[in-house]
Design a protein around this ligand. Structure first.
Ligand code: GLA
Length: 725
């Protein structure tokens, strides 16, 4: 397993436990993709066919061979201008204004360990866990170089790709399009699975057949977005949860992206993942380099379930970092839906006291503690504590919360600036806005130019001054608008601004992590507007959605689970009627749904009945018991809540001994029929015992025949079952 190079035919084989990825340097120095999929042996170059195809051009140096066209051949890194008219991964504008980049093989290097990326998030692994292949390509005319980076994590069935573009020539060039991964399939039908949504309804699963033409998902909003997630699955049409072949492509980046899939004239499918072309044109002078963010690839021949578990394991252990990577996260209560902006130091302490009495472990003070912010119209950028509102200093508040036995966490939104702020009055040119035009407002706020270090430094110092006032153990990092006005007053070229902005965000986060290595960071962007693999490198958990309705959450968390592990999914119990939908669900149901992620509360305990408080105590107890399994176990989707009567999922420990089943009745009817939950991933020959009822079942029975859910009266009832071998 790992990376092998076959000298004679110049074939690279990247092998993982269950998959093979192969490509070849051909006679002309082009990198021709040969195969990616279930493990095979031997050379796959026999798959290539050559025919004279009308209107598909031939490189000059093939010397009149009209059967050789890059418009028809599968490739590793197809560039614009080489006679390939499909979607391509790289467009370079040269010093002479032309759009051509003709990259040919120069050399390669295989090393132990996994490459890292300067200033960008990337999967990491030790020398024994991974190998790296670097392939150097060069355009003989312009001396533009590309180093294709491949990381192979054999045990995880994961292959990563990234690219370093370097300008080795004297003229300035512009990189106008840059994608890091390309999957070329010679034949076959595929479905595209993507995750679309909107604020408060993110990552809905969507499956469509790939047809001739281009299908794409993208973000041009500056962040990866609520609207489309930077992750796509390509699946054979017969693929389901348990069987069939499917490929995952996940972009490890938090800004504009585009995944394009094209079925070409010869019924070949190409999928590429990379940066969006929107607002993008990156200048490179002689000697400068540009890194295309990483794409994580995985293949499963056992359906979507296996694909998700490959990604989950990789992200949990080789992308998330820090003290909390493997640790159960504290149960928190967040002040947002409890009080919104209308809190005082006293009310926060009351909430903390109630929380402590119920076993909650951390209080998070959300928006509204700084400047003069009592609504969302002012003060972003003024990171000074509103002591008048708190009735004390931040240090005192933190101490009081700590004295009640709770950790303390705080909300920040560092990338933003309100026009009504001292910061804006002092530095109006720190906001992104276009000269002679009024900026687009969103939530009445503007975006700070985080591509500029002096601006990041200022905000960093101001926020650290608050964090240093006490024992702050958690940060919720929010970002509450899309970026529209792509103009920097620093003179920075606009075509690089949004990429540099994202690297600025990463730089800020990295500095926070270095300074506060034990701090837990939770990502957030109006809920799940920046829920991506890039953020997971800095924040092991991300607030999944501003929608806390348990029934909507079934669908949101279902979609999210295809790519991201439960340990990264921020999920809270909130009050009813739910603040986003008005729906009333039982407290128990809300708890069970929130236990599919990093568990917490988002309500005023003071307004709960004694019965509800009893339920909270049970939930806290249950979460403590199940959290290690939820955090580290394998995740199985058992139903599809978009279409089924029941939403059901299970966590199974890697040794298959512990199983936590959760099920929520979504629809109720008169004279109900019985729903059976069929499990997956158990040891068929072993006996599992339901801890509560004492009943025993064989693993095979649970997987083949399932377990009946009771028929009970009531809406949205939920069940949790814990089974052990
Ligand atoms: C965003 C977040 C919420 C909350 C508010 C505060 O919408 O997603 O959880 O923090 O901002 O303004």
């Amino acid at each position: 397993m790992g990376i092998a190079y076959q000298e004679e035919k110049r074939i690279f084989t990247l092998e993982t436990a269950s998959t093979t990825y192969q490509f070849q340097v051909d006679a002309y120095g082009f990198l021709i993709h040969l195969y990616y999929g279930k493990k095979v042996s031997g050379d796959m170059d026999y798959l290539l066919t050559y025919y004279d195809r009308g209107f598909s051009g031939n490189p000059y140096d093939v010397q009149g061979d009209r059967t050789y066209s890059l418009d028809a051949l599968p490739q590793e890194f197809p560039e614009r201008g080489t006679g390939d008219f499909r979607v391509t991964v790289l467009t370079v504008q040269n010093g002479d204004g032309s759009y051509c980049c003709d990259l040919r093989y120069k050399s390669h290097k295989i090393t132990d360990g996994k490459y890292g990326l300067e200033g960008l998030p990337a999967v990491y692994a030790s020398d024994t866990e991974a190998q790296t292949l670097e392939v150097l390509l060069e355009d003989p005319v312009t001396k533009v170089q590309a180093v294709l980076l491949y990381g192979v994590l054999p045990e995880y069935d994961i292959i990563t790709r990234s690219v370093r573009i370097a300008n080795g020539g004297p003229d300035r060039i512009y990189v106008n399009k840059a994608a890091s991964a390309c999957l070329d399939f010679l034949d076959g039908e595929y479905d595209m699975i993507s995750f679309y949504g909107r604020h408060a309804m993110e990552r809905n699963f969507q499956r469509t057949p790939i047809h001739h033409g281009k299908q794409a998902v993208r973000s041009s909003r500056g962040a990866s977005s609520h609207q489309y997630n930077p992750a796509v699955i390509l699946a054979r049409p017969n693929t389901d949860e348990k069987s069939g072949g499917c490929y995952g492509m996940v972009f490890v980046y938090s800004g504009n992206f585009e995944c394009e899939i094209e079925k070409d004239q010869f019924n070949q499918t190409r999928a590429i993942m990379g940066l969006s072309e929107a607002f993008f044109s990156y200048p490179l002078d002689e000697g400068e380099t540009f890194v295309i963010p990483e794409t994580v690839l995985t293949y499963s021949d056992q359906g979507f379930g296996r694909l998700s578990r490959n990604l989950h394991r990789c992200f949990r252990r080789h992308l998330c970092r820090g003290r909390y990577r493997d640790q159960v996260r504290p149960i928190l209560v967040n002040s947002w839906e409890a009080d919104y902006f209308h809190f005082t130091g006293e009310s926060i302490c009351r909430l903390a006291k109630e929380a402590a009495g119920l076993g909650v472990e951390m209080l998070v003070l959300d928006d509204g503690w700084f400047g003069k912010r009592d609504d969302d119209n002012s003060s972003l950028g003024d990171w000074t504590v509103n002591e008048e509102k708190l009735g004390c200093t931040m240090g005192e508040l933190i101490r009081r919360v700590n004295d009640l036995g709770l950790k303390f966490g705080i909300w920040i939104e560092p990338e933003m600036i309100s026009e009504d702020s001292d910061l804006y009055r002092a530095h109006p040119d720190w906001a992104l806005k276009i000269p002679r035009r009024n900026p687009i407002r969103a939530r009445n706020q503007l975006v700070l130019d985080f591509s500029r270090k002096e601006i990041r430094d200022h905000v960093f110092d101001a926020i650290c001054a608050v964090l240093d006032q006490g024992n702050v153990e958690y940060i919720k990092w929010d970002m509450n608008r899309s970026i529209n006005d792509v103009y920097s007053w620093s003179g920075r070229e606009h075509g690089r601004l949004l990429y540099d902005y994202v690297l600025g965000v990463y730089d800020f986060l990295e500095r926070l992590i270095q300074r506060y290595p034990d701090m837990l960071i939770e990502g957030c962007c109006g809920g799940g507007g920046r829920f991506d693999a890039g953020m997971l490198y800095y924040a092991p958990q991300i607030w999944c959605s501003d929608n806390t309705d348990a029934i909507d959450r079934l669908e949101i968390q279902y979609g999210t689970s295809f790519i991201y592990p439960a340990s990264s999914i921020g999920a809270h119990v909130s009050a009813v009627p739910n603040h986003q939908t008005g729906r009333i669900t039982p407290m128990r149901t809300r708890g069970i749904v929130a236990m599919a992620g990093t568990f917490g509360y988002e309500l005023d305990f003071g307004r709960l009945s004694e019965d509800e408080k009893r339920e909270v105590r049970l939930q806290v107890e249950a979460y403590h018991k199940y959290a290690p399994l939820i955090q580290n176990g394998d995740y199985y989707r058992l139903t599809n809540p978009q279409t089924d009567e029941v939403g059901a999922w299970a966590f199974v420990s890697e040794d298959k001994k512990d199983v936590l089943i959760s099920a929520v009745m979504i629809r109720r009817h008169g004279n109900m029929t019985v729903n059976y939950i069929r499990l997956q991933g158990l040891a068929p020959e072993k006996i599992y015992r339901d801890e509560k009822t004492g009943k025993s079942y064989s693993g095979a029975a649970l997987m083949e025949a399932g377990i009946p859910l009771p028929i009970e009266e009531g809406e949205y009832l939920a069940y949790q079952m814990y089974l052990r071998q």
